[in-house]
Design a protein around this ligand. Sequence first.
Ligand SMILES: NC(=O)c1ccc[n+]([C@@H]2O[C@H](COP(=O)([O-])OP(=O)(O)OC[C@H]3O[C@@H](n4cnc5c(N)ncnc54)[C@H](OP(=O)(O)O)[C@@H]3O)[C@@H](O)[C@H]2O)c1
Length: 246
Amino acid sequence: MINQTYLVTGGTTGIGLATAQLLSAEGAKVIVTGRNPATLAAARQQLPAGTVVLRSDSGSLTDAQALGTEVQKHAGRLAGAFLNAGTAQFGPFETMTPQHYDDLFNVNVRGLFFQLQSLLPLLANPSTVVLNASIAAELGFPATSLYSATKAAVVSLGKSLAVELAPRGIRLNTLSPGPIKTPIYAKLGLPAEAQPGFEEHMASQSLFKRFGEPGEVARLARFLLSADSSYIIGENLTIDGGARLT
Ligand SMILES: NC(=O)c1ccc[n+]([C@@H]2O[C@H](COP(=O)([O-])OP(=O)(O)OC[C@H]3O[C@@H](n4cnc5c(N)ncnc54)[C@H](OP(=O)(O)O)[C@@H]3O)[C@@H](O)[C@H]2O)c1
């Protein structure tokens, strides 16, 4: 990974930030994206000098389609990309609005799809792509219908795009985290009084009775991005502390 360039979308907090930090520690040059000015500024402080922190809204089709051009200003070639940026809004089926629908699908599916399309000319041969889905894609949870549907779309894209991009030397895989302790839980739109109980419930789903740490997912992302996983392609690897079994 030394001196190679990797892109991490949604690299300003949580899993993406931990992955950017790990890749940087291994000598990679890292480019991260985010949208929120406050977290973009905080990430500039937390990531090593030389890291490129770009504002690019995954929910904007214009930004998604321009990502390749923006990245090219900082790197001629990418050794890999972790398409990780994502958003979650939970709530009972009858409370979900067309706005929720558009917000979730535009960021988690449309953004990811057109970001990858715009990055294609930059991806080296060979290179790696990792998509961040969720165990929610394959399980039934109450109040996560739209979020889970977006992640099921990501898992599906992970299979078809792995096949389609393999002849170009791009090795694409997906990872599916379970409950990981990140700022995403504060952004779900849950009533404040429900928040602690919900987080406790999520942690209890794991066979370890704890949340996963962002660094634990970062190590899986690093594995899939690197040559250590050279014969793994089109896979969807779960990292959930066994939560899918409970
Ligand atoms: N934590 C979990 O339990 C869990 C479980 C399964 C899957 N995941 C998936 O893991 C990924 C990372 O989530 P996380 O848990 O690390 O949450 P997080 O800390 O909230 O990180 C989300 C990242 O995505 C960025 N992002 C969100 N919306 C964006 C947009 N419209 N444009 C650009 N960047 C945007 C955020 O940047 P801003 O601060 O600028 O918004 C942030 O950098 C997501 O795809 C999530 O669905 C998480």
